[in-house]
Design a binder for this molecule. Structure first.
Ligand code: G1P
Length: 298
């Protein structure tokens, strides 16, 4: 069997306007909103680090500089933590210190497909991953690892899929596919954000992709699709004419932290997993639940 190129590079699109979180995102990036004690984007970065990604390419835009500062060294802060003996915090802020980040500005929010095309000069001719940071995967789940393994086996692009409710289907790229194995689907078609009556299935694409460099050629020549944006889903649909694409059905827990309710759910569940706060948070949730049961609002 031919040696597959290992996935070493990952793209993190982070240039969106974050309108669903206004006013919080008026001057600061949505990706920096904290979930417990880490900014949203750090969860995706750590997920990728755990799977052997070595080069991190963040697509940024206006008002996104805080992301670069967050992943940079903070000399003054480090010195002050050292002086006051706060070892644990020091380790925490230095944990991602060895990672190399590249930042590319997407000059206008022209869509996910366009954001990925911006990374072409860095990715060159290697396969690569895309992680959308507002899709938060439970850190105990192995979705991304499983996708990499599937890629090694099939040597094809792999998209993460999840079954979603009818009412939510219009928010996603949706696939039509044929089941080929445990959780593995060969994709026949993809549609970006269809109306529920036009959706080919209830299987939505979620924010983890393994792609090959031939997608760039297609993105280059692609016009705007849904919402006037250059859509990755449209490029993948065209790619289907040239090569097979597979989907991997995720059955674990995902939070759509790009909307308020998903963000709050992620905050609650991840707080319950964090030993520093889990006990008092649990007690508080039980107290709130009992108040709600009794119909007491405050
Ligand atoms: C993007 C993609 C869509 C995908 C979704 C997953 O949409 O265009 O195909 O289903 O991410 O989160 P967005 O959420 O950026 O509108």
């Amino acid at each position: 069997m031919a040696m597959k190129t290992r996935i070493k590079k990952a793209i993190f699109p982070a240039a969106g306007l974050g309108t669903r979180f206004l006013p919080a995102t008026k001057a600061s990036p949505k990706e920096m909103l904290p979930i417990v004690d880490k900014p949203m984007i750090q969860y995706a970065i750590e997920e990728a680090t755990a799977c052997g990604i070595e080069e991190f390419i963040i697509i940024t835009g206006k008002y996104k500089r805080a992301i670069e500062d967050h992943f940079d060294s903070a000399y003054e802060l480090e010195e002050s933590l050292k002086r006051s003996g706060k070892k644990r915090l020091l380790e925490e802020i230095n944990r991602l210190n060895r990672i190399n980040f590249a930042y590319i500005r997407q000059r206008a929010a022209l869509g996910l497909g366009h954001a990925i095309l911006c990374a072409r000069p860095f990715v060159k001719d290697e396969p690569f991953a895309v992680l959308l940071s507002d899709d938060i995967i439970d850190p105990e789940d192995t979705l991304f690892k499983d996708m990499i393994n599937l890629y090694k086996e099939l040597d094809c692009p792999i998209l993460a899929l999840q079954q979603v409710q009818k009412e939510e289907i219009h928010r996603y790229g949706v696939i039509d596919g044929l089941k080929e194995g445990d959780g593995v689907y060969k994709i026949n078609n993809l549609v970006e954000k269809p109306r529920v009556e036009d959706a080919p299935s209830d299987m939505a694409i979620i924010g983890r992709y393994i792609l090959m460099p031939d997608i760039f050629e297609i993105l280059e020549g692609l016009g705007p699709g849904r919402g006037g944006e250059i859509q990755l889903t449209d490029a993948l649909q065209r790619l289907l004419k040239k090569r097979s694409i597979y989907g991997y059905l995720f059955t674990g827990r995902r939070y759509d932290a790009g909307n308020k309710v998903g963000y709050l759910k992620a905050t609650i569940d991840l707080a319950l997993k964090n030993p520093q706060v889990s006990e008092p948070v649990k007690e508080y949730i039980i107290e709130v639940a009992s108040r709600l049961k009794k119909g007491i609002r405050r």
